[in-house]
Design a protein around this ligand. Sequence first.
Ligand code: M6R
Length: 601
Amino acid sequence: MCGIFGYVGRRVDAGSLAIDGLKSLEYRGYDSWGVACKTGNTLTIQKETGKISAVDPADFGTACSIAIGHTRWATHGGVTKENAHPHLNETSTIAVVHNGIVENYEELKEDLKRKGHTFRSDTDSEILPHLIEEELKTRDANTEKSESVSGDFTAAVRRACLRLSGRYAFLALHTESQTLVAAREGSPLIIGVDTDGYFIASDIPAFLAHTRTVQYLDDGEMIATDGKTILFLDIRTGHEVRKREIEISWSVKQTQKGEYRHFMLKEIMDQKDSIARAINQDEEEIRTIAQAIKHAQGTFLVGCGTAGKACVAAEYFFSVLAGHHVNYAPASEFKLFHHFLKPESLLIVVTQSGETADVLEAMKIAKAKGSKVLSIVNVQGSTVARESDYTLLINAGPERAVASTKALTGQMAVLLLIAYALADKLQEGKLLLLETSEMINDMLNPRYVEHLEALADTIKRHENLYIIGKSWNYPMALESAIKIQEVSYIHAEGFAGGELKHGPIALIEKGTPCIVLTGKDEVTADILSNARELSARGAFIIGVSPERKEVFDEWIKVPDAGAAQAIVNIIPIQILAYFLAVKRGKDPDMPRNLAKSVTVK
Ligand code: M6R
C-alpha cells in the first residue's frame, strides 16, 4: 500500500532522489507524503497532505547523502500532516517510514506511554521510532554490544522488530549514525545496488533510473548500510545472511507515460504486444505444469480483484477446453477451504504485483499443508514469484495505473495456454493466442479509441450501469464492473446473463446502459436472449461482439477470437472505463481510496 524509499551513499542530493523515487511509487498511496534528510547530525523533516506529484525535487536541494521518504495510503488515522510519515521518537533523533500494519501497536503504545513517551499522531507506525529509542536505552542489558552508535542502532532496530507482530517494511535513520537500517516482515522492500550507494524501496521503479541491479530482502530479514557496504541480517537470530545480486530486465521507458496523458491508457495500449510476450513461455515448462495440474489431488486458484477474475475465466478455460475441474476462491476467503488441501494438491496463485497480502496468506496456508504452489506473476523477483514452486512471468512490463489492464490479459493468456496444454493442444492454443495478439494490435487503432471516447460521452451521466456475459465472458462482466467502478465511480455491476431474471432485472429502467459481452459460440444465442430481456425493459444495449445484432443500440466491434474471446472483449471496456473517468473529471491513474498494491489484509 504505502510506498517507501531510502538512499544512502556518495551522492549529496538524497532529498531530491527521495522525491523522485516517491513520485514513481505514488501509485502505492497518494494521500500524503514526507521526507527526512540527514545533514551532519541534523534531521530535516518535511511532510504534507496531498499528492507528491505536485512537489518539485529542486526544493530539496540541501546537501544530504542519506534520506528516507514515504507516500501514504491511510490505514490507521485520517489523512493529516501529523499522520504523514516520517514519524519521530521522543527526542526527535530517530526518523522512521513504515508500510504495513503493526497489529500489537496498542499494547506497545500503552507500554511506551507508561515509560514517558508521548505521541503526536493516530498511526500505528509512530510507535516504531519510540520503540527503537527504548531499545537503544536498554542496550547495556542485552548481549549485543557494539563499538559504534551505528552498531547499537542496528541492534536496537532488530530488538524492536522482535517485539512487533503484523506485517511491516520500514526504514529508520538516527541523527548520530550514518547507517540506514531497514527491516521487512510481509511487506516488500528491494535494494537497488549502485556504484555510488544503495537505494531501498517498496518497488523497483523507484530507483530504476539509477540501477537495474537489485537484492531482495526476505521476510524476517533486515539490512544496515552506510552506502559503502551493506549487511543483511536474520532478524530472529541476528546472523548475517548472504544475498545474490540480480539484474532486472525492465527499462525506464517502460515505467514512463510517454505520449499518453495517463498510465492507464498507455497500459491498455501496451496490450498490442504484451499478450505475445505473455505466451512466449518455455513449452516444456508449460507441459510440466499441465501434468502437475492433471495429477494434482485438487487444483485451487486464488487471486484478488482483477487477478481473481482471471482465475474465474480459467475455471471456464480448464472446464470447456480440457474437461478439468479447478476451484477458485478469492484469496481473502481461501483459508476457509484449507481442509481440502493435501500435499498432493496444487495452488495456482495469480497476481500482478506478487505482493498482495491476501495472496501471500493463501500461499502460506497451502505451504503449511505441503501443497505445491504455481504462480502467474508480473513482477519479477516479487515475494510470490520467489516463494513459489513454479513461477510463470507474464512479462507485461511495469503496470503503474491502479486499474489493472495489461496484467489481466497477460494472466488470462497464460492460463488459456495451460488449459490448451492440459488438453494436449499446446500448439493450437499458442497459435490462437498469437492470432489474437495480432487482432488486438489491429483493433487498437485511433478510430477505435475515438468511437469508445464518443460512447463514454453518451453514457457518462448515468449513475448505474450493468454488464452481462456467459461462459468466460461472465468473469469479464465482473471485471468490466470493477474497471468502471474503480476509475469512474459509476455504480457498475456484472452478472451472468442467465441470472438477470432471478432478481437484478428489477434494476433496469428506461435508458439504463447495459453492456452485453458475447462471442460467436454455442452460448451466443442465450446471451442475446438475455439482452432482449433487458431491451424489453427499456435498457440501452451496448453489444461487444464480433457481429452486429439487432438487439444492440450501440455496437462495439471486436474480432472473433474463439476461446480467447474473453481476452479481446475486455479491452474495449477498459478503454470505455478510462474515458468515463476522464470525462467525469476523475484521475484514472489514482482512484480515490485505492492503492495499487494491497499489502495489508
Ligand atoms: O497485484 P495483484 O494482481 O495481486 O492485485 C490484485 C488486486 O488488488 C488488483 O487486481 C485490483 O483489483 C485492481 N485495482 C483492479 O484494477
